[in-house]
Design a protein around this ligand. Structure first.
Ligand code: MN
Length: 426
């Protein structure tokens, strides 16, 4: 099916500011609360939110096989479960409705009142009910840096890393939408000389610059997804800040891996940008040496060129960019991750979320966490207000941004933002 929504010669009758993340070629999906306190599924062009539930009720999706209430829901799970063909039909239709020379909605003032909202009139919600969340560890640079810092610079990558997309099962209940503040977590830390563990607010609170992909129902229990089909089951991506308490993590992680150092909060950007919209930005990705086992061998351009940025904004101060990275640095692709996830027969459901792991690049300014940027506090990072950071302080807001750009179009994700409040100490 053609991806006509991606045509770069299309313009919208809705205003799209210069450098907007949301031209008519993006058409992401999200869930929002309207000014009338109604939750609906929607999309966005420029700075206008579009109520897909209202559009459907008004008959604009005629000819597409959709249930009446598919967009009148508080999550995208059912729509995502409808599969790739339906996502494409809907995205193509939305594009047509908002093309500059289509008068159907453009000239219908009454319909427009029901369908269109300014961004400041709505409140973005979590786009999916995340049943299961898995976090991978798929950036070679990040795994090498963390292996050097936590264990041994001589053997930074463990022997399995180049053969397996390493991951762990995370916690979905604490995934929150951009704009939600978090409290500094409290927990146990490594004992001092007296052998008694420390306890209190984390002193080493960190962000992790990640992306996450959202799946449709992919396979029944016991069946696996072949690598050549894996992308058919990926709906789209969001920015993902996997907040991490490094001092809690360092004490608890042996032998089973991350637990309370990671599961207190993960912030996502609220608009899911479809894999289809990212299609023009495919790139080859790093060469994999040694060659993965046959079930993980993927043909074609398996990575995406998405420029990524992490920003710290201290309370009442201006923003400072602390990291410039790129999704294309990922050693293991999304398809490889999903294929590996199901190779044992583990079933994946609609709305499941798969984090990439921290996306660090090869240069020191492209490291995707404070742990790496400050090299565990040895090299404090300077901010534009003159202060420095080893880790994240109370009152700081961390903002992740990401976009793709070529000569014709820019497709972005909007902000993934979260402010750190002091600990809840009872
Ligand atoms: Mn992570």
């Amino acid at each position: 099916m053609p991806l006509s929504a991606n045509n770069t010669d299309r313009h919208s009758w809705l205003k799209v500011p210069e450098n907007s993340d949301f031209p008519i070629q993006n058409i992401p999906f999200g869930v929002f609360l309207t000014r009338d306190d109604i939750i609906t599924i929607g999309t966005r062009i420029g700075d206008t939110a579009i109520d897909l539930g209202a559009l459907h009720q008004l008959g604009y999706f005629k000819g597409i096989d959709l249930t009446d209430d598919i967009f009148l829901q508080d999550t995208l799970n059912d729509f995502i479960a409808d599969g790739r063909k339906t996502w494409r039909l809907v995205r193509n239709r939305v594009s047509e409705i908002f093309m500059i020379d289509n008068p159907a909605l453009r000239d219908h003032e009454e319909h427009k009142k029901r369908v269109l909202f300014a961004m400041d009139e709505i409140e973005m919600q979590l786009p999916v009910d995340v049943g299961d969340y898995t976090d991978f560890y798929a950036s070679k640079e990040h795994a090498t840096n963390v292996g050097s810092l936590f264990r041994d610079p001589e053997n930074a990558l463990l022997p399995n890393w180049l053969h397996i997309p390493i991951g762990y099962h995370g916690r979905s209940s604490s995934i929150i939408p951009s704009g939600t503040a978090i409290h500094r977590p409290v927990g146990q830390t490594k004992p001092g000389d007296d052998g008694i563990p420390g306890f209190g607010p984390s002193k080493l609170l960190d962000f992790e610059l990640e992306m996450a992909f959202i799946t449709t129902a992919s396979n029944k229990l016991g069946k696996r997804i072949p690598i050549d089909e894996a992308e058919d089951y990926i709906f789209g991506l969001v920015l993902f800040n996997d907040w991490s308490a490094r001092d809690i993590q360092a004490w608890e992680y042996v032998p089973l891996g991350p637990f309370l150092g990671k599961n207190f909060a993960s912030t996502i950007s609220p608009w899911i940008v479809t894999l289809d919209a990212l299609e023009p930005f495919r790139v080859s990705g790093p060469e994999q040496q040694p060659k993965p086992l046959p079930y993980l061998q993927q043909r074609g351009n398996k990575n995406f060129d998405i420029k990524l940025q992490a920003v710290i904004q201290p309370e009442g101060k201006e923003e400072s960019v602390v990291c410039n990275s790129n999704f294309k640095f990922m050693y293991w692709s999304m398809a490889q991750q999903l294929t590996h996830h199901t190779v044992n027969g583990c079933n994946v459901r609609s709305g499941d979320m798969m984090g990439s792991g921290t996306i660090s690049g090869p240069t020191k300014d492209s490291y995707g966490s404070m742990l790496e940027l400050s090299w565990r506090g040895q090299n404090p990072v300077s901010l534009s207000d003159g202060s420095t950071r080893k880790f994240i302080e109370d009152g700081d807001t961390v903002i992740l941004r990401g976009y793709c750009k070529n000569d014709e179009v820019r497709i972005g994700f909007g902000d993934c933002s979260g402010k750190v409040l002091p600990s809840n100490t009872l």
